[in-house]
Design a protein around this ligand. Structure first.
Ligand code: DHB
Ligand code: FE
Length: 279
């Protein structure tokens, strides 16, 4: 049976791609952010995943405001980067795993999660940059399955629904008969707001409490409605729903391998966590 060896949860911001392209990892502005990743790479070298199931939000590439699935999943043989630009060098395509995708789809639809199934899908910075932070040579050693959550347009899924989706996704992965070692990666957040009267809003107290809750009390954030989470974390900070889906794939008891938190990168409070199932 396939097994989830752990989860990596990290912020995503297009400016990370520009910093990588310009080699700014040791620049004083970027260093506290990039310094979070060597321990993640050490951990990856130890757990040697075959597959990454990557939970993120699409930023207008596959779904625009006219068509917005609440949850969507890739079932393509390959996923190409089609992000908005910034002059960042193109990354190599990501290999998919259609057989595993269809198993996850069957299992999730069987548990009443009606995801949109995508046999063609392009990916953006929310997918490519966390992968590049984990594998800086950008020679992806894993197959991938993208899972998209609508964090963009109201009505948003509730935190409780996202946590339950994660639990069902965890069961779906664990019931795949192959012997793959799977890492579930979640990207987005933490607190940030890119537009409106509260543009620039960041809430460190909330972010740190949220990160702590993922270790000690993973359903803590499900007490809040998505509207309350937007108030607490910002209109784009609600990307933390991706963190909740990811956390839900692990058992209630999980062990923190590593974490980092830094304000800001671009407009965003950046968080990073590696969790393992409790041994
Ligand atoms: C920024 C953050 C995001 O989550 C995103 O998708 C785009 C930009 C930012 O902080 O610049
Ligand atoms: Fe984003």
């Amino acid at each position: 049976m396939a097994g989830i060896v752990g989860t990596i949860i990290t912020s995503h911001v297009p400016a990370i791609g520009r910093a990588i392209a310009r080699g700014l990892q040791d620049d004083p502005y970027w260093k506290p952010f990039f310094d979070g990743f060597p321990p993640v790479r050490d951990w990856l070298a130890k757990v040697r995943p075959d597959v990454v199931v990557l939970v993120y939000n699409d930023h207008g590439l596959n779904f625009f405001l006219d068509k917005m699935p609440t949850f969507a999943i890739g079932a393509a043989p390959e996923y190409r980067n089609a992000d908005e630009g910034w002059g960042i060098p193109t990354v190599a395509p990501f290999q998919g795993d259609p057989a595993l995708s269809w198993h996850l789809i069957e299992s999730l639809v069987g548990e009443d999660f009606d995801l949109t199934t995508c046999q063609e899908m392009v990916v953006d910075h929310a997918f490519t940059l966390p992968m590049a932070l984990c594998w800086p040579d950008q020679r992806w050693p894993v197959r991938t399955v993208p899972v998209c959550v609508n964090t963009v347009q109201v009505p948003l899924p509730s935190a409780a629904r996202c946590y339950k989706l994660g639990q069902a996704l965890g069961r779906a992965i664990e019931s795949w008969p192959g012997d793959e070692r799977v890492v579930v990666m979640g990207t987005g957040g933490l607190s940030h707001q890119l537009d409106g009267e509260r543009a620039g809003f960041i809430n460190k107290d909330f972010d740190l409490q949220f990160m702590e809750s993922l270790v000690s009390d993973p359903a803590w954030a499900t007490q809040f409605s998505s509207a309350q989470l937007v108030e607490l974390a910002g209109t784009q900070g609600i990307e933390l729903l991706n963190w909740l889906v990811t956390r839900g794939t692990l058992p209630a008891k999980a062990h923190k391998v590593h974490s980092n938190y830094h304000i800001p990168i671009s407009n965003t409070a950046s968080g990073l966590m590696v969790l393992e199932p409790f041994a």
